[in-house]
Design a protein. Structure first.
Length: 250
């Protein structure tokens, strides 16, 4: 059973039923290989695939092992572990009540939809480039000495759970490492809004062919909350799936 404390302690834990089904569908459609084994016995595992999701029964249908003894052990086990990777993201979930079934006339196995799963980037702070056609709204409150508060809109070049890169084309912000920006509002498309604090770690100037200078500010998040980290992680996962689908021509 997943408790509120579990959700707070693990920013990669997914408990939304719709999000879980979406991730499982992605695994199915990509035909990703899934490692399946009884909890506590990883040395005896098989590589399987998700064949189908049966919404009418709420069960995941997976391919069966050619090893009949292993199939028997798996169906008797109280808990089964599943590990896979899809779109550069590691996915882990578990389940019990593994049963024999058939799929398109062939033997298969099924288990109930998991109540939760963990989705972890290959690197803890996997960084995704933000497409120009799908920008993130980023508004930074900034006060120059002797001037009133301004709310500066800045383009985000890339984003991770650890931080982001800002592109300042109009020299609206100070270009110094160590500068801190508080109450920064990020509006993540199809995901939600987060308010964060940033510290500039690096400053890099690009000179365009027309001689115009564009400054990139590499920033880290300060004390990012678990809830905000989860929203950012969800946005990155959705964006990666959409970009990969475009690359594959879907």
């Amino acid at each position: 059973m997943i408790t509120p404390a579990d959700r707070d302690d693990d920013p990669f834990l997914i408990t939304s039923e719709l999000e879980i089904r979406s991730i499982l569908r992605s695994i199915q459609r990509s035909k990703s290989l899934v490692r399946m084994y009884a909890r506590g016995n990883p040395d005896q595992s098989i590589m399987t695939t998700i064949l189908d999701l049966d919404d009418s029964t709420g069960r995941v249908i997976v391919d069966i092992s050619p090893d009949e003894d292993l199939n028997s052990r798996l169906t008797r086990a109280p808990s089964i572990i599943f590990d896979t990777q899809v779109d550069h993201v590691n996915v882990h979930f578990s389940g019990g009540n593994l049963e024999r079934t058939t799929y398109e006339g062939m033997p298969a196995l099924s288990l109930p939809y998991p109540a939760s799963l963990r989705r972890i980037q290959r690197r803890e702070y996997y960084r995704v480039e933000i497409p120009l056609g799908e920008p993130i709204s980023c508004v930074i409150p900034y006060i120059e000495p002797g001037k009133p508060l301004r709310r500066v809109g800045v383009r985000i070049k890339d984003l991770s759970v650890g931080g982001l890169a800002l592109v300042d084309t109009e020299s609206q912000l100070p270009h110094q490492s160590g500068v801190r920006f508080d109450s920064v509002v990020l509006n993540l498309p199809e995901t939600g809004e987060v308010t964060v604090s940033l510290t500039v770690l690096r400053v890099h100037t690009h000179v365009l062919p027309n001689k115009k200078e564009v400054v990139e500010l590499g920033c880290k998040f300060n004390d990012l909350s678990t809830a905000d980290a989860t929203l950012i992680q969800h946005y990155i996962g959705r964006l990666e799936r959409r970009l990969n689908a475009k690359r594959r021509g879907f």
